[in-house]
Design a protein around this ligand. Structure first.
Ligand code: ADP
Length: 165
């Protein structure tokens, strides 16, 4: 029997409880789920690709059908390489919609055999974004409830070292 593999791609700089909620609910839909971390060098990420992958691995250890990998290049090429048929994306507020819509249509034009599936955020995470979390961490705010503990620790370390350089 063929395995149903879903790919959840993103930058995850860093992973948040919003992403984790999508992973928790999304993994139930597939035999296997791969969290695919985009290198995104142009986005000027706070965490390196290795750091982002490692934080997600720690935060998703309990899911036996979830693995974490990094990828370079076109997402659809990676999805084909993994023999997966589905790209999973999360949707928060309306502002996510336009970007996600464009990306899903572009990917469909490039690869007809791949479907993009959207999962609606849990309302408590609707406003949680990696960008704001970095801002809270930079300003020394409380990250409880926004990110898992291992990520909160890493964020604190990161801003401590950044301040001292
Ligand atoms: P990208 O740079 O590809 O947008 P992100 O790491 O920002 O990568 O997000 C990856 C995916 O997770 C996107 O589909 C995004 O909409 C979704 N996502 C981000 N934060 C949340 C959240 N709080 N709830 C649900 N989905 C989210």
């Amino acid at each position: 029997m063929t395995k149903h593999i879903g790919i959840y791609p993103g930058t995850f700089d860093p992973i948040t409880n919003g992403h984790l909620d999508i992973i928790e609910r999304g993994q139930k839909l597939f035999d296997e789920m791969i969290v695919a971390v985009a290198e995104s060098p142009r986005k000027g990420t706070l965490f390196s690709i290795e750091e982002r992958v490692s934080m997600i691995k720690t935060a998703t250890k309990k899911y036996k059908n979830v693995s974490v990998e990094s990828f370079k290049g076109l997402l659809i090429d990676y999805v084909h390489k993994k023999n997966a048929g589905v790209i999973l994306r999360g949707l928060r507020v309306i502002s996510d919609f336009e970007y996600e819509f464009q990306m899903a249509l572009t990917n469909r034009k490039l690869a007809h055999d791949i479907e993009t599936v959207f999962m609606m955020t849990k309302e408590e995470y609707a406003y949680v974004s990696s960008r704001f979390i970095k801002e809270i961490a930079r300003l020394g705010g409380n990250l409880k409830g926004f990110v898992p503990q291992n990520v909160s620790k890493k964020l604190k370390e990161k801003y401590k070292t950044q301040k001292s350089v």
